[in-house]
Design a protein around this ligand. Structure first.
Ligand code: ADP
Length: 162
């Protein structure tokens, strides 16, 4: 069985993430979305909130499982006996960081490879950070995140429901 892990912060999940999940889940038998718990970025949403939003967003995909992890990604992958990591590439600005991380992971564990899916052009501009920035100033985020996520984001900024 071919399995892969798509790791990330998902703070919160966006249409860009869901697109990568949908496309990569078609390339493997099982896709685990790994939600990073030990985040130095002090996330807006708790790890449980991020896991639950991802579960809701992917409930129609039969072979996708959402699991949180802390510590090293390669250790998480090894503990599930998974050798493929999936990451998304939006622009050249992602490339340097992603290349460095993939190479570091391969040095730590040479059995693990990272594959990259280029963004769907429709979502090339989209990141969790810009969702938060727009929401903070009461901007419209309905083009960025699923309907059920919208008010959860506003709530974090004390903005009344829309
Ligand atoms: P991290 O903090 O690990 O970068 P993110 O949740 O920001 O976590 O992103 C997880 C992965 O999803 C990364 O590989 C990122 O490049 C990718 N990604 C994020 N947004 C998009 C998008 N709009 N299109 C394609 N890939 C994306």
């Amino acid at each position: 069985m071919r399995a892969a892990i798509y790791p990330g912060s998902f703070d919160p999940v966006t249409f860009g993430h869901i697109d990568v999940i949908e496309r990569s889940s078609k390339l493997v038998d099982q896709l685990i979305v790994g939600v990073l718990n030990n985040n130095t970025k002090s996330p807006l949403f708790s790890v449980d909130e991020r896991v639950n939003m991802l579960k809701e967003a992917t409930k129609d995909f039969g072979n996708v499982e959402i699991i949180s992890f802390s510590g090293l990604l390669v250790d998480f992958a090894q503990s599930h006996n998974i050798h493929i990591l999936v990451r998304g590439l939006r622009a050249i600005t992602d490339f340097e960081f992603e290349l460095q991380m993939a190479q570091t992971n391969r040095i730590i564990n040479p059995d693990i490879d990272t594959i990259f899916l280029t963004t769907n052009l429709q979502y090339a501009y989209l990141s969790s950070s810009n969702v938060k920035e727009v929401a903070m100033y009461n901007g419209d985020i309905s083009h960025f995140v699923p309907g059920f996520v919208i008010n959860k984001v506003y709530e974090k900024f004390g903005i009344p429901k829309r």
